[in-house]
Design a protein around this ligand. Structure first.
Ligand SMILES: [Zn+2]
Length: 193
């Protein structure tokens, strides 16, 4: 297997088109009502929660739409956003719940992930074909190469380049990591279904 190339993965992640917020843009971010999730790819639990809050707000405001089809298998079953780069909400591919589960469990269950890849990788240029086989600190890589300001997720230039978002984006991002529980299960909250 080729060694992991973070720049190649980042370049391959699809970018969601952004629309200006509509009249139903919420005045606050949804609160996180579940136990804290585990870190992933070096992103802290609180960063993953903040990413979820921003994504939910963008969906509710009409700025982004959850794609209908899973980016890996094409299924329309419980499709929601997946993140590899939690510092960029617009770089969020859509996955069905089964592919999403297999992706997050690929370190502990590599055979199921390998089966999925055998079935759906065509060229090797797909973003999901470029994922590291072991947990890689992509968050640390991004901060080293781009700067610590990435932690301010409300200030993502891609978001702020869309008219209206900077004026309406709420301020109540989740504050603390809290207690991390012992599994990777995350409520399926990105889905519109
Ligand atoms: Zn799928």
């Amino acid at each position: 297997m080729a060694s992991f190339d973070p720049e190649r993965l980042l370049a391959a992640l699809p970018a969601l088109p952004l629309r200006p917020p509509g009249p139903k843009a919420p005045r606050s971010f949804l609160p996180w009502r579940w136990p804290m999730i585990l870190p992933y790819a070096g992103f802290a639990p609180v960063e993953r929660v903040r990413h979820w809050q921003i994504a939910r707000w963008l969906i509710a405001a009409g700025c982004i739409t959850v794609p209908r089809h899973c980016a890996i298998c094409g299924s329309t079953d419980k499709v929601g956003f997946h993140s590899e780069n939690y510092y960029s909400v617009v770089q969020s591919p859509a996955l069905c719940s089964l592919c999403h589960q297999r992706l997050h469990r690929r370190f502990s269950r590599p055979a199921a992930w390998a089966d999925l890849m055998r079935e759906h990788v065509c060229t090797g240029g797909e973003w999901f074909a470029m994922l590291p086989a072991t947990d890689y600190d992509l968050a640390g890589y991004l901060r080293r190469t781009c700067g610590e300001h990435l932690r301010d997720m409300r200030a993502d230039p891609a978001l702020l380049s869309c008219p209206g978002i900077a004026d309406l984006l709420p301020r109540n991002l989740h504050r603390a990591d809290g207690n991390v529980r012992a599994d990777q299960t995350q409520p399926d909250l990105f889905s519109n279904q």
